[in-house]
Design a protein around this ligand. Structure first.
Ligand SMILES: [Zn+2]
Length: 121
């Protein structure tokens, strides 16, 4: 991988990390604002639904944040872009699409297939 490509991906990862953290802090402020103000029951019901949606989004963000942290750590250790399963290079095209990818496309498919089969059992 070229140094310029690595730098681009690192910048992307850092931006993405910041965006998730900013997003979550805005979300927290909004929730505190709502909690500090009197709300009627209809609002409360609507909020419950929104909460359920928001919490699934935050969960996804938290997971993504974890992957981003791991990817950044790998950049520091100079092992970024190597598949965790087969030790082959993940490939720049795949990393551009998904910079926090842990596996190459071949291993990713094996893992997905495995988890689908487990679900069916
Ligand atoms: Zn692999």
């Amino acid at each position: 991988m070229r140094q310029s490509e690595l730098n681009n991906l690192k910048t992307y990862l850092l931006d993405r990390k910041k965006a998730i953290l900013d997003n979550n802090s805005i979300h927290k402020q909004t929730m505190e604002h709502i909690q500090n103000n009197h709300i009627n029951e209809a609002d409360y019901a609507a909020m419950q639904i929104r909460n359920a949606l928001d919490s699934s989004i935050s969960q996804r963000h938290l997971l993504e944040l974890e992957y981003i942290e791991q990817a950044l750590e790998k950049i520091e250790k100079d092992i970024y872009g190597i598949c965790e399963m087969c030790d082959e290079e993940i490939g720049i095209q795949r990393l551009k699409a998904k910079p926090h990818a842990k596996y190459c496309i071949v291993c990713r498919k094996i893992i997905e297939k495995d988890s689908k089969e487990k679900d069916q059992k």
